[in-house]
Design a protein around this ligand. Sequence first.
Ligand SMILES: C[S@@+](CC[C@H](N)C(=O)[O-])C[C@H]1O[C@@H](n2cnc3c(N)ncnc32)[C@H](O)[C@@H]1O
Length: 406
Amino acid sequence: MTERPATPDTTRADAVGLREAMVTELRHHGAIATDRVAAALSAVPRHEFALGETLEAAYAADRALVTKRDEHGAAISSLSAAHIQAVMLEQAAVEPGMRVLEIGSGGYNAALLAELVGPAGKVVSVDIDPEITERARACLDASGYARVEVVTADAEHGVPDAAPYDRIIVTVGAWDIPPAWIDQLAKDGRLVVPLRLRGLTRSIAFDRVDEALLSDSYRLAGFVPMQGQGAFAERLVRLEDGVGLRIDDDSQRFDVGVLREALRTPPIEVWTGAAYDLPDELELYLMTRLRHPAMLHVGQEHIDSGRFNPAAGRGVAALIHAGSLAYRIKRDNPATASGYESGVIAHGPAAQEAAEQYAELLRRWADHHRRRGAATITYLPGGAGVLAPGQGVVIKKHGALATSWD
Ligand SMILES: C[S@@+](CC[C@H](N)C(=O)[O-])C[C@H]1O[C@@H](n2cnc3c(N)ncnc32)[C@H](O)[C@@H]1O
């Protein structure tokens, strides 16, 4: 495709045509489910928030456009991909007249929210970075959305002045849910947040139920990380060159020396006979059900050499058990419901036991939970002690997450 710069010469018709094509594609992929969200995406000129980008880049349905990087080159602000914005707006179910807080600004998503709440509603957008809020303010004013309020602050404390909010939509990766977000949510309000949970991010739509939050839906998501007081540091524990475990939770403690030894032992392989598919659903199940989980990441050189199965290349749920490590693999098997079968590779002195434990979960998932949306996630505020650590419970700083599976 020839890419044209979005200059003043660009005709309005070009932008309108590309915008409609984007909306059609988002509907086709299921990101847009309602006419109201489609109308909002059709109304807002996305390219006016994508300064310096081509029209084609602005209207590519699944492309995030980085607007700022840190000193190491990592993205810290972006115009999120229209796909995830549409998905989150559908999750949020924003109605005319509502009061909405957007956490993480850029202007475009706030303009979509302004379309959804209409003239009787209110949209407040907060960002920690004054450069971003200045830019968002200018873009909103220029495109006719001066009614959106833009605030510069660390969203750890929300924006109390305009609370309560019917909806809070977080557009930056969060590791926890600060008390201010629940306090500032209306009694029957909804919080949509891309939450980090044992190395996975899911955009979770939580409904407020008294002081707790109960999930209505969750979707696969990826966002730039939270800065400020709610910033979180994920660690990659190196087991050897090109092999590491991603840890984002204090409960994930391992004896690295013992695991290094385990990796030197020959692997065993166990096949389950259970169907494999929906990897994002399966991964959430495993990371909330395995007794001692961690995400295993392996460099391409180890896959090319045949030492590790390719499943470990993209990051895979691993079980750490009795100085041993197990992870899942798959193979074609037309006899299963999906045409693929799950299996396990394990290393270490208790490899057989670890593999059997893991395989049992793979079978249970395939037999009982192999569908979209089978998990219900509850967030209970209150800090350590609100829920005992255990199966399906992830302890955070300000509360705990419990995941159950229908
Ligand atoms: C993906 S961008 C937001 C995209 C935007 N909503 C849009 O319309 O495309 C994430 C933003 O979150 C901001 N951010 C990071 N940590 C924050 C914090 N603690 N409080 C408020 N904003 C924060 C970043 O500065 C960044 O601009």
